[in-house]
Design a protein around this ligand. Structure first.
Ligand code: SF4
Ligand code: SF4
Length: 471
């Protein structure tokens, strides 16, 4: 027997040696998934790295302030130079709509990619089980340790693990709270025990939530608690590209005999490696399963096996069910569902861009006094009274001027000096318009008020109102 053949047999023996350890998850025990290298594992790490933004985001500064701050008590959101107040909330709705539809499109095309690669639950579970692996060893060792009686050594190992989990959970909770208040001050408040009850409560809730969901419930969260898993069936169709087992090529599955494929068997050698790496304990060979989060780790596992037994890769691969069954799969842009999603996304995106281009740091609203609608002055002029509501959406005090236009001969009283507009607030001011009686050629004339920043003249806002008089 050649050295190469010996090597091959050894590899196959290794595969089967542990195959009995892997079985489909029925929720009765903790899943200890095997970790292997592969392109989808690398992709998963890269996707997880985007969550670094969640931790460092609150510490980013912009013009001396927190770059992104969701100021709930102040009912305003600061995103770099932009301040979004409750009246601009329609833009946030469009942003949410855009991302909801984006999620639907991606799911239609590639299944639960979000769950497999970007979801905080699966990423935190991945991080927690990585720590578990470092402290407790390979999956087999972990299972033994779980079943072993409590000794000092077991207690010490478990204590370290739970301490690390709690540390990550607490840091997750703190990072969450930091998006809603000054992040640096928050650390001081926690360290000096002077944080508010809401800050303590949210920290406790998120710490406990992360610890329980990622440490204990793990894939059960995806199976039983996550609503998205329930609605995925509506978004997926037979043309969706998802990790799929090629039953044409793999079946009838059967174990190798003396390291060789048995005549008449398919390419699946029933080694269970695809089940071993699955974080939700699914056997993908059973078809589409609601426990599958499409992380594609089983593709990595099976490709490695195929390399070892010198068969082409791709027994498990991204493929649609229709394509596997030899049916025609239309190109992406010819699928009606995709087209509808893209139209909605384009409209939402257009609305967001419109909002961003037109949202101004200054806004003026004008309320016309109703009691009385006008007064006749002794010199024969007609006077109307207005309340200006000046909204300063920037972070600093601002002086603004108010002028009028659109009505010849009208005089603005009360706005001779610039007004002070407080940041993030509506500041009210009262002004009057006077018009000689002879200029009044109707009972209602159109007039507009224009607001402009003194030091930032590019910030301006206009409001159209009415000037009223006798018939
Ligand atoms: S599909 Fe691949 S990894 Fe899974 S049992 Fe068959 S050969 Fe092994
Ligand atoms: S079956 Fe494959 S793609 Fe689905 S969750 Fe398991 S490893 Fe990930």
């Amino acid at each position: 027997m050649s050295q190469e053949q010996d090597q091959h047999n050894l590899v196959v023996e290794e595969l089967y040696a542990e195959s009995h350890e892997w079985h489909v998850n029925a929720g009765e025990e903790t899943i200890h998934a095997k970790r292997i290298q592969g392109k989808f594992r690398t992709l998963k790490w890269l996707a997880a790295a985007t969550w670094v933004l969640f931790f460092i985001g609150p510490y980013m500064r912009w013009n001396g302030d927190q770059a992104i701050l969701f100021d709930i008590p102040g009912r305003q959101y600061h995103i770099f130079d932009l301040t979004i107040l409750p009246q601009d909330v329609w833009m946030l709705s469009l942003v949410l709509l855009f991302f909801a539809i984006l999620l639907a499109v991606v799911t239609t095309l590639f299944g639960r990619v979000y769950c497999g690669f970007f979801c905080f639950q699966t990423i935190w579970v991945d991080a927690f089980t990585w720590i578990e692996g470092k402290l407790e060893g390979a999956p087999g060792k972990r299972r033994k340790l779980d079943k072993a009686p409590l000794t000092l050594n077991k207690f010490w190992i478990k204590a370290q693990k739970h301490f690390a989990w709690l540390l990550i959970s607490a840091f997750t909770g703190l990072s969450f709270v930091a998006w809603f208040t000054d992040a640096f001050q928050l650390w001081v408040d926690y360290m000096t025990l002077s944080a508010s009850a809401t800050e303590w409560g949210t920290l406790a809730l998120f710490t406990a939530g992360t610890y329980i969901l990622a440490g204990f419930l793990r894939e059960q969260t995806c199976l039983w608690l996550c609503p998205y898993a329930r609605i995925q069936a509506v978004m997926l169709d037979r043309e969706s590209l998802i990790p799929t087992y090629d039953f044409n090529r793999g079946e009838p599955r059967g174990r190798l005999s003396k390291g060789e494929t048995v005549e008449g068997n398919g390419d699946c050698i029933d080694c269970n490696q695809c089940v071993a790496v699955c974080p939700t304990g699914v056997d993908i060979r059973g078809g589409l399963d609601e426990g599958c989060i499409t992380c594609a780790l089983c593709i990595d596992a099976c490709d490695l096996v195929m390399d070892k037994i010198h068969k082409p890769r791709g027994l498990i691969r991204y493929e649609s069910i229709d394509a596997l069954e030899g049916k025609h799969v239309p190109p992406l842009m010819k699928r009606s569902r995709v087209l509808v999603y893209i139209i909605i996304m384009t409209l939402a995106f257009g609305g967001i861009i419109y909002g961003l281009l037109n949202i101004s740091g200054l806004e003026i609203k004008v309320l016309h006094e109703r009691q009385p609608l006008y007064v006749m002055l002794s010199n024969g002029s007609i006077q109307n009274k207005y309340e200006l509501k000046i909204l300063n959406k920037t972070h600093d005090d601002m002086y603004v001027t108010v002028t009028t236009g659109g009505l010849d001969g009208v005089e603005l009283i009360g706005a001779e000096e610039p007004f002070l507009a407080r940041p993030g607030k509506v500041t009210p001011y009262t002004v009057y318009l006077r018009l000689p009686r002879r200029e009044m050629d109707g009972s209602s004339l159109s007039v507009y008020f224009q607001l402009q920043g003194v030091e930032q003249p590019e910030l301006r806002s206009t409001y159209e109102s009415m000037f009223l008089g006798p018939r």
